[in-house]
Design a protein around this ligand. Structure first.
Ligand SMILES: *Cc1c(COP(=O)(O)O)cnc(C)c1O
Length: 404
């Protein structure tokens, strides 16, 4: 079938919750994707921070193929080796002690919220505990995750949402502190806000929250779904700050393409929160995703991915700064490691640039209306950074001509 025919058919059957780019992707190789017409794209989005190892990693693919032939699914009523290995490796990589595997990021958030609520309930038996979340945050689309997502447009049609949630200003410690009271059971935030525009937490903010949470036995939940798994040059972004959350969520690059998420906690939280009967999932942590997570973590170690990210992201930042100097259209560069945002002048929309980029064979995504987001595969090299920069130069030059 012709590409246009496929798109028409999609619009006839798939629920219209996305305005998709008019591109149909068919195959990937390394850090490149190819569409059904054979056009090649340099991928600086990685399926929204998922494909950390790029495409066609043979060790990863073979591990999956072997597991498919051995055993796909058992349910959580029985033990299975791959997920136990994955759990052990994920705990070692994060320094957290207990893990529950989910099928997505939003489910990891649901589990984290349930664990925090149960922890508080075990202490005082009350059911009116409050959670403090951040403005401009993004934690997912299921009802619990939506309740802590700081985007009123996403929330409005679905109110009332579960739980009592208060929103504080990100990177404003006073704004958080002033909303804490005896009912507060948890503070939830992204270590680096992703969808909200690529804002890293300041050290003062994160350390301050950690301290007050510790003093008052409030649980700190860090959402590492986008910024975790090596993206910042640390396995998890919080590790750079020298603090540790009570609960952490993870997904996106955890399975590098296989749908899997996780929430992890300390032994202390585990001992006083979710018990048999409190939480469950049919698919979550099945042997297939276990094999994927386990292999991903092995490859990260073997290839020293975090070291590579630190090295290559220094170069990327330098090149993006140079680009910013050259074009007044770029007002700010923000981010850490291979999670970078370029904020554009208010007369230029990020969607317009990402669409032009696609035409030029570069996949970029946006974070809000004026921020270009770069979350490439973690295996990119200097030549890919150079290629991306050349394409952006071409685009900004053409925009300059149009606006003359
Ligand atoms: C993507 C994302 C989620 C939601 O994950 P899904 O797998 O899409 O449900 C939650 N939090 C953050 C920070 C994310 O980037």
């Amino acid at each position: 079938m012709e590409t246009s025919g496929w798109m028409e058919q999609a619009e006839g059957h798939i629920l219209h919750t996305y305005n998709r780019y008019p591109v149909m992707l068919e195959r990937g190789e390394g850090v490149y994707l190819y569409d059904t017409e054979g056009k090649k794209y340099l991928d600086f989005a990685a399926g929204i921070a998922v494909q950390a190892l790029g495409y066609g990693n043979q060790a990863y693919n073979n591990a999956l193929k072997e597991q498919i032939d051995r055993l796909l699914h058992t349910s959580n009523l029985y033990y299975n080796p791959p997920i136990i290995e994955a759990a052990e490796k994920l705990c070692a990589a994060s320094g957290m002690e207990r893990v529950f595997f989910t099928n997505s990021g939003t489910e990891a958030i649901e589990g984290a919220i349930k664990a925090a609520k149960k922890y508080a309930y075990e202490k005082d038996g009350r059911t009116d505990h409050e959670i403090i979340a951040m403005e401009h945050s993004f934690h997912g689309r299921s009802l619990g995750a939506l309740a802590v997502t700081g985007n009123a447009n996403y929330r409005a049609p679905f109110e009332p949402l579960p739980g009592i949630v208060k929103f504080a200003e990100y990177n404003n410690l006073e704004s958080v502190v002033s909303q804490i009271n005896e009912k507060t059971c948890a503070v939830i935030l992204e270590t680096i806000q992703g969808e909200g525009g690529i804002y890293p937490a300041t050290e003062e903010f994160l350390m301050g929250i950690k301290q007050i949470c510790q003093e008052r036995d409030i649980l700190l939940i860090l959402d590492e779904i986008q910024c975790g798994m090596g993206r910042t040059g640390f396995m998890f972004a919080w590790q750079e700050y020298g603090i540790k959350p009570d609960i952490m969520t993870c997904a996106k690059a955890l399975g590098c393409g296989v749908p899997v998420g996780a929430f992890l906690m300390t032994d202390q939280v585990a001992a006083a929160s979710l018990k048999p009967g409190d939480h469950g999932t049919t698919y979550g942590g099945n042997p297939f995703v276990g094999a994927a997570v386990s292999k991903v973590l092995d490859i990260f170690q073997e290839q020293k991915i975090t070291e590579h990210v630190r090295e290559i992201s220094a170069y990327l930042e330098e090149q993006l700064e140079t680009l910013k100097e050259k074009y007044a259209y770029i007002t700010i560069r923000r981010g850490k490691g291979l999670m970078q945002g370029l904020e554009l002048r208010s007369d230029l929309s990020a969607g317009e640039i990402s669409t032009k980029a696609l035409e030029e064979g570069l996949i970029l995504i946006t974070a809000g209306s004026h921020v270009l987001r770069m979350v490439p595969p973690l295996i990119i090299k200097r030549e890919h950074v150079d290629e991306m920069v050349e394409i952006l130069k071409k685009i900004f030059d053409s925009v300059s001509n149009e606006k003359k």
